[in-house]
Design a protein around this ligand. Structure first.
Ligand code: CAA
Length: 285
């Protein structure tokens, strides 16, 4: 199946990035969130990031305008998905929030629609079990910043059909991304590998092995990572990192995934990284 009308649920960093890429590639997108403020922030960010692409001569001003015209907004989830071929959910990473959303999507989206989740660690099989169409539920895990990062992890739940998988893989390719098929397992591949590395960097900091800048410099210059692990943790959000470590620890039952106490302390203090202005580093504005 090919898609023409889509909806993205959640207008935050990942949601607006996904809407940006869908609309830039010619798809109509309804961006859905609970408040007009959240939607305005999301569409403002899309407009700014498209302007950045025009400035860098990656796209034309006319393409920017056409892209923005393909994005509409809605605060009502059921109405927003009533006429779409594909929904990509990108809301807060908790089962309490995602579960009811998948129940509503199942009731309100057309029978043929595929329900995808951008979750970074919640089981696709569990999300599928909240619906009556588990064969049409799949993970479509994008990376921040979505307009730039090439990878999409395409995550098969236990009952995801081949047809759903093939359609989503083809879409990811049409969006200029490289899809990688992975099975449903805690953290998939990306966060199973990335988060323990970040967590270990926080242990290094807590134990005084080196300071923030030096830990990051080791990984940037020694391993050619574009950002050091502590800068990257601030970029992702320390609450998100902690949440993923907790999923790995709980679901895999191995203490090698124990979240570092300093990571937990930072989150308790509200030091969530760039979005709160303070994480391992301080940020202006
Ligand atoms: N929208 C559009 N364009 C953007 C953008 C955005 N949001 N953010 C950056 N860009 C563009 C810039 O305009 C620039 O474009 P050109 O190549 O045309 O000049 C390019 O991206 C590079 O940006 P900058 O020059 O500003 O900065 P940089 O070279 O330091 O790169 C970065 C920035 C791409 C973020 C780079 O530091 C990087 O790759 N960092 C690692 C990011 C990463 O690991 N992301 C994954 C996080 S994990 C995740 O998302 C999933 C999860 O489950 C937790």
């Amino acid at each position: 199946m090919s898609f023409s009308t889509t909806a993205v649920v959640g207008a935050g960093t990942m949601g607006n990035g996904i809407a940006h890429v869908l609309a830039l590639n010619g798809l109509d997108v309804t961006l859905i969130d609970v408040s007009e403020d959240a939607l305005r922030n999301g569409t403002d960010t899309i407009a700014e990031n498209l302007a950045r692409q025009v400035k860098k001569e990656r796209i034309t001003a006319a393409e920017r305008e056409a892209t923005l015209n393909r994005v509409s907004t809605h605060t009502d989830l059921a109405q927003g998905v009533a006429d779409v071929d594909l929904v990509i959910e990108a809301v807060t990473e908790t089962t309490e929030v995602k579960g009811p959303i998948f129940e509503t999507l199942d009731e309100a989206a057309p029978d043929h629609a595929i329900l995808a989740s951008n979750t970074s660690s919640i089981s696709i099989t569990w999300l599928a079990a909240q619906t009556s169409r588990p064969e049409q539920v799949i993970g479509m895990h994008f990376f921040n910043p979505v307009p730039i990062m090439k990878l999409v992890e395409v995550v098969r739940g236990l009952e995801t059909s081949n047809g759903t998988h093939d359609a989503v893989q083809a879409l990811a390719e049409d969006l200029g991304k490289t899809p990688v098929e992975v099975n449903d397992a805690p953290g998939f591949v990306s966060n199973r590998v990335l988060m323990p590395m970040i967590n270990e960097a926080v242990f290094c900091l807590m134990e005084g092995v080196a300071d923030e800048e030096d830990i990051d410099t080791v990984m940037k210059l020694g391993m050619n990572h574009p950002m050091g692990p502590l800068t990257l943790a601030d970029f992702i959000g320390l609450d998100v990192c902690l949440g993923i470590m907790e999923v790995l620890h709980r679901e895999l039952g191995d203490d090698k995934y124990r979240p570092c106490p300093l990571l937990r302390k930072k989150v308790t203090a509200g030091h969530l990284g760039r979005k709160s202005g303070q994480g391992f580093y301080a940020y202006d504005g």
